[in-house]
Design a protein around this ligand. Structure first.
Ligand code: C5P
Length: 303
């Protein structure tokens, strides 16, 4: 057995998030296009038991449970029966993906734990086994394994890669305090009582990705969870306007929020928008990050 395995796993954003009416199982049917961007958590697994966390400045460590309810620990409980044994590891999460930010940070850690356990404990799981365990952990977890740019259907767990000819530059602004994903979906149900039976398809978005043209992509970005997220956090609307005034081609809420994203024309343009967004209107400091996508899904970086 190896002494330690470190897996790097990216944040996701949704370039298109079409949401349909609430299903009887408590989930919403989605038609989404995910992109993995260069903002990562690193998860290290060693022989032993337990979970600890080191976070970036904007990560509140108190917001992540450090017991058996941690999603990375639960991922091992999901994978264990599929391998016919009980799985344990001592897990360290080095977190840069905002918590409860609409970037699937918890899902990323679950995906990383599945891959790290497979390598640390020499489980020899097939990709199909890891993807099935990922889907059982949460709707966004399979995408964290595959990364790149992919369409997600069902409740988001059925993922297929799509053609993407671009390298897209994003300014990412985490918010202080997260938003609960179920709460944003509940607000969606209240605001859209006549939600469609079938989610909106990403027709223009897929064409824009294949073209590699950021202006075209900017026009095609779409998020059905943005109105409920803005309803719960009206100040995000001002932030989006501000980023667009600072040169971004388009600003939007990331998934269920409250992180906001700004698509920029180039790396240089993204640096300029980020500089413009730094320092709030009354001089308050704002965390502003730069990322590009697509990037690879969960992968081993050290063992
Ligand atoms: O799948 P995951 O555990 O990430 O979902 C968290 C919650 O988000 C669900 O319990 C549900 O309330 C909501 N959700 C939803 N429809 C989806 C995905 C998530 O309503 N497709």
């Amino acid at each position: 057995m190896v002494a330690a395995v470190t897996v790097r796993v990216p944040a996701k954003i949704n370039l298109h998030l079409g949401v349909a009416a609430l299903r009887p199982d408590g989930f919403h049917a989605l038609d989404t296009v995910y992109q993995a961007i260069s903002l990562y958590d690193d998860l290290t697994a060693r022989p032993g038991r337990g979970v600890s966390l080191r976070g970036a400045s904007y990560v509140d460590p108190a917001s992540v449970p450090l017991d058996d309810t941690n999603i990375a620990v639960r991922a091992l409980d999901v994978l264990g029966p599929r391998c016919g044994r009980r799985l344990e590891a001592e897990i360290l999460i080095e977190k840069a993906i905002p918590v409860a930010g609409g970037m699937a940070g918890g899902s990323a850690d679950a995906a990383a734990a599945l891959l790290a356990a497979d390598r640390l404990l020499d489980l020899g799981c097939s990709d199909a086994t890891l993807l099935a365990a990922a889907a059982a952990c949460g709707s966004d977890v399979p995408f964290a394994l595959i990364g790149g740019t992919a369409r997600g259907r069902g409740r988001g767990e059925q993922v297929t890669p799509v053609e993407d000819r671009g390298t897209w530059w994003w300014v990412v602004v985490p918010a202080t305090g997260g938003l609960s994903t179920p709460a944003v979906y509940r607000r969606y149900d209240e605001l859209v009582p006549d939600a469609p039976a079938v989610p909106a398809e990403p027709v223009e978005l897929l064409t824009a990705l294949a073209s590699g043209d950021p202006h075209r992509l900017a026009r095609a970005l779409h998020n059905d969870l943005q109105p409920p997220a803005l309803d719960l956090r009206p100040e995000l609307g001002d932030l989006i306007e501000r980023g667009e005034a600072e040169g971004a081609l388009r600003g939007l809420v990331s998934g269920s929020g409250p992180t906001c994203l700004f698509l920029c024309e180039s790396a240089e343009a993204a640096r300029a928008t980020a500089a413009g967004l730094q320092g709030g209107p009354r001089g308050e400091e704002r965390v502003v990050l730069l990322a590009h996508g697509p990037v690879a899904g969960a992968h081993v970086v050290a063992r």
